[in-house]
Design a protein around this ligand. Structure first.
Ligand SMILES: CCCCCCCC(=O)CC(=O)SCCNC(=O)CCNC(=O)[C@H](O)C(C)(C)COP(=O)(O)OP(=O)(O)OC[C@H]1O[C@@H](n2cnc3c(N)ncnc32)[C@H](O)[C@@H]1OP(=O)(O)O
Ligand SMILES: NC(=O)C1=CN([C@@H]2O[C@H](COP(=O)(O)OP(=O)(O)OC[C@H]3O[C@@H](n4cnc5c(N)ncnc54)[C@H](O)[C@@H]3O)[C@@H](O)[C@H]2O)C=CC1
Length: 729
């Protein structure tokens, strides 16, 4: 047994490289020092190889510890290096790990923070693994469109079996230390000072043979079942992947783990090369960095106002007005982040229902603690002391104005007043208050406690401090906050308009709702527009169209041509469903029918008949519409609207639009988001030419008219990235 007290703590620091070399008697500690996440950039790899070689040369050294400095064990390859010259510079990660695996002196990985991707692969190549209780490990490469290409697909199944390896690698989940211990991925959980414990542990295993500690030399425990396991997993993985190629490619690599290690490694390399050179990997890596980049916001029309210059107010308590679908979800999010909430509702039954939902949703363990942060009330004066209010009452301008007037008179003067409106004019709401600088839109997405997007809308008078506070609140409660300007529908719902409109036009021409949904779902969306409409409730859009005077509860407004409204083509099929009381899932019928208690969308002959009669009545000839046309007709107008949004300065960067769609609308991540997809996958010129061609066929579908910005960019060969920095915004 080694007594930790006998350790020499006057370590000799040999050189301050990105893998610092220190000796503690017979133990070398290599500490990776590459903040913030200790990723394996070239200098780290070189530092580790140098350190390992030096340790092998020194006869006084008998064991080696690898750990991370600062907040974490290495979190993987340096993704920013991918595709650059330094990514290919030797030593690559594979040779670092080979040096670890074949080291004749035992190597111990001592994990704190997160050992992810290449970081965890390094740990798996080591002969022993220690972890602090709060550590997490995992192979999340699938989210970057690649696979664990430094032996992860070969070593992990040798420890946990093919079945668990498929589960871990295709979901990219992070595993907590305790679970890692029970799976055999960690040898010991250590309390106290990790460095001391690791050195002490390393001393305790000095002199023991390392051969039987090498995972690469083990066999896969459930090797004989590999075919069966892969067959069973295939269907679920393909369905969940929604067009992403990385998950099934990971499975193929894992399948090769039953072969000799070197053969499996060769297969892993080939499959990694296939993914690395696909168009999906850069798209997913763009999505990863964009999610983080949107935190560095700037005012879309005044770049001087930005995350660096603006300071947020401290928010400790928040009032939520309205305990409906959104108010309750928002309350849960705030409570989960440890904020005090005063929830106000005018309808007692609704309030009670809300409280029950909140109680049920908060996790068992922390429910009572979280619930103690909640005050519920029907009295507006209870909001007098909160730092911020988020209003989530019905979507009616009249009502919102009334509520904001009240809030303005009751809350303390410095309190921020936010609206969760899904598209109403923030300036009109702000205008009824004496503090328009403190009014902002905070648009959550349903279910608000689950969906990650927070679309923050700045009004004409919203101050930098208010914007910074709304963005900071998003971070505090674990959301991805995006800053956008004020216009009907803001960014997300505004772009959805052309998409849904064009989807309904496709019904006129011959598609059924299920044809459109199938094509869009094959593209990668979780739900097509009609299933989505049924889920959200068709009355939301209907009420909006009634409010805009486009239709009435009884049908088209008097003296209106049936297929036109205000000079634009209009399809009333959705209105016709609503007039029949078919409002979607909640009424058991919408574009589809639903069996009681089931959410499965079943094609409905009644709807098909209604569409047939409509086509006959208006002289539409049914034709077969290809999936490609469906995808282009629905998505290109949505993308086109994105260009209008950029042109008008409603979004500062195309990245803000992409993140909005990735996190709020289920846009498939492996395509990077609508604007990235348009530029990098399809090509702007092709988008433009397709819009022009469809517009020639349907001259009165106004959404097909290409945006002037798109035309201009194609003519000049401008890139979206350049637009974000050099535009007129
Ligand atoms: C044949 C070829 C052989 C090639 C072999 C390839 C080997 C492989 O298998 C490939 C890999 O390792 S790919 C990387 C796998 N690792 C990951 O996916 C972890 C990604 N990072 C995270 O999850 C969180 O950042 C994490 C949980 C770590 C930390 O979360 P936080 O919320 O605390 O912090 P973030 O805001 O997310 O991150 C802080 C800053 O670090 C940047 N960053 C994170 N991970 C990075 C990474 N792996 N590479 C480069 N930069 C990275 C992140 O962008 C952020 O930067 P700033 O926004 O500028 O602050
Ligand atoms: N449901 C959704 O998917 C989304 C809705 N939104 C927006 O969020 C807001 C709320 O929508 P939902 O939660 O779906 O509506 P909801 O109908 O579920 O809830 C609204 C609640 O506000 C209460 N209320 C009405 N007048 C009030 C007043 N004067 N003071 C306090 N409470 C009052 C109602 O009793 C009701 O409980 C709307 O502006 C909507 O457009 C935004 C994003 C998504």
């Amino acid at each position: 047994m080694v007594n930790t007290m006998t350790l020499t703590w006057e370590a000799t620091r040999e050189f301050a490289v990105m893998a610092e070399y220190s000796t503690y008697g017979s133990v070398v500690v290599l500490q990776v020092n590459n903040p913030p996440v200790n990723s394996f950039s070239y200098h780290v790899r070189q530092g580790l190889v140098d350190g390992l070689e030096k340790a092998q040369r020194d006869p006084a050294i008998r064991s080696i510890v690898i750990m991370g400095k600062g907040r974490t064990f290495p979190a993987g390859a340096d993704v920013r290096e991918f595709g650059t010259a330094s990514a290919g510079m030797m030593p690559d990660l594979l040779s670092v790990l080979a040096a670890v695996d074949t080291s004749p002196k035992p190597v111990v990985s001592a994990i704190h923070g997160t050992a992810l991707g290449g970081g965890f692969e390094l740990a798996l190549a080591s002969h022993y693994r220690l972890a602090v209780p709060s550590a997490r490990v995992g192979l999340p490469e699938v989210h970057l469109g690649i696979l664990p290409g430094a032996g992860g697909t070969q070593r992990l199944p040798r420890v946990v079996g093919v079945k668990t390896a498929i589960q871990m690698i295709t979901t990219g989940q992070h595993i907590k230390a305790q679970q890692a211990l029970s799976l055999g991925l960690v040898d010991k959980i250590v309390q106290g000072d990790l460095l001391k414990e690791a050195v002490s542990f390393a001393r305790s295993i000095e002199g023991r043979p390392v051969e039987d500690r090498r995972i690469s030399q083990k066999t896969v425990p459930d090797a004989e079942k590999v075919g069966e396991v892969v067959d069973a997993a295939r269907k679920t993985i393909i369905r969940r992947a929604r067009g992403a190629i990385a998950p099934m490619t990971c499975v193929q690599a894992i399948q090769a783990s039953v072969l000799p290690f070197d053969v499996g490694m060769q297969r892993e390399r080939e499959l990694m090369a296939f993914l690395m050179t696909s168009w999906q990997a850069p798209a997913q890596q763009y999505a990863f960095f964009s999610e983080r980049e949107v935190r560095r916001w700037s005012h879309p029309r005044d770049k001087r106002v930005n995350f660096k210059t603006a300071k947020p107010r401290v928010i400790k308590s928040v009032g939520v007005v309205g305990a409906g679908t959104m108010g309750v979800g928002i309350t849960i999010s705030l409570l989960q982040a440890g904020l005090k909430v005063v929830l106000l509702e005018v309808n007692k039954k609704q309030l009670d229902r809300g409280i029950t939902t909140i109680q049920k949703t908060l996790s068992q363990k922390s429910a009572s603690q979280r619930m103690s942060l909640l005050t519920t009330t029907m009295d507006y004066s209870a909001l007098s002391d909160v730092d911020m209010v988020i209003e989530a009452v019905f979507e009616s301008m009249r009502l919102k104005k009334e509520v904001f007037k009240k809030l303005d008179s009751i809350t303390k003067p410095q309190a921020i007043l936010a609206s969760n409106t899904s598209g109403l004019d923030i300036d009109k709401i702000a205008a009824v208050t004496k503090r328009p600088d403190k009014v902002v839109g905070t648009h959550f997405f349903a279910p608000a406690n689950i969906m990650r997007l927070l679309e923050n809308i700045l009004g004409k008078h919203t101050s930098a401090e208010t914007i910074a506070t709304a963005m900071q609140l998003g971070t505090t409660i674990g959301k991805v906050g995006v800053l956008v300007g004020n216009c009907p529908g803001f960014v997300g719902n505004r772009m959805l308009g052309p998409y849904v409109t064009e989807a309904v036009f496709l019904l006129e021409e011959g598609a059924d709702p299920q044809d459109v949904d199938k094509a869009i779902e094959e593209f990668g969306f979780a739900m097509g527009p009609f299933r989505m409409g049924d889920l959200s409730g068709l009355d939301i859009g209907w009420r909006g169209r009634i409010e805009k005077g486009l239709t009435t509860e009884q049908g088209p407004p008097p003296a209106t041509p049936p297929l036109y409204r205000r000079g634009n083509r209009y399809c009333p099929l959705a209105d016709m469903l609503c007039m029949q009381g078919r409002l979607g899932q909640k009424t058991g019928a919408g574009w589809y029918r639903y069996e009681p208690g089931s959410r499965a969308a079943l094609p409905d002959p009644v709807v098909q008949q209604m569409i047939r009669e409509y086509r006959q009545e208006h002289g539409f000839k049914k034709r077969t519409i290809s999936s490609q046309e469906i995808v282009e007709r629905c998505l290109y107008p949505l993308i086109n609207e994105g260009f209008h949004i950029l042109d008008e300065g409603i979004a500062a960067r195309s990245m803000d639009i992409d993140v909005t769609y990735l996190f709020g609308y289920g846009w498939p991540r492996h395509t990077g988001g609508p604007m990235y997809y348009a530029e990098k996958v399809v090509g702007l010129e092709k988008i433009l030419r397709s819009l022009e061609s469809y517009q020639a066929q349907y001259p009165d579908h106004h959404y097909l008219q290409p945006s002037p910005l798109l035309r201009d960019m194609v003519a000049k060969g401008t890139s979206l990235a350049a637009l974000g920095t050099d535009s007129k915004l």
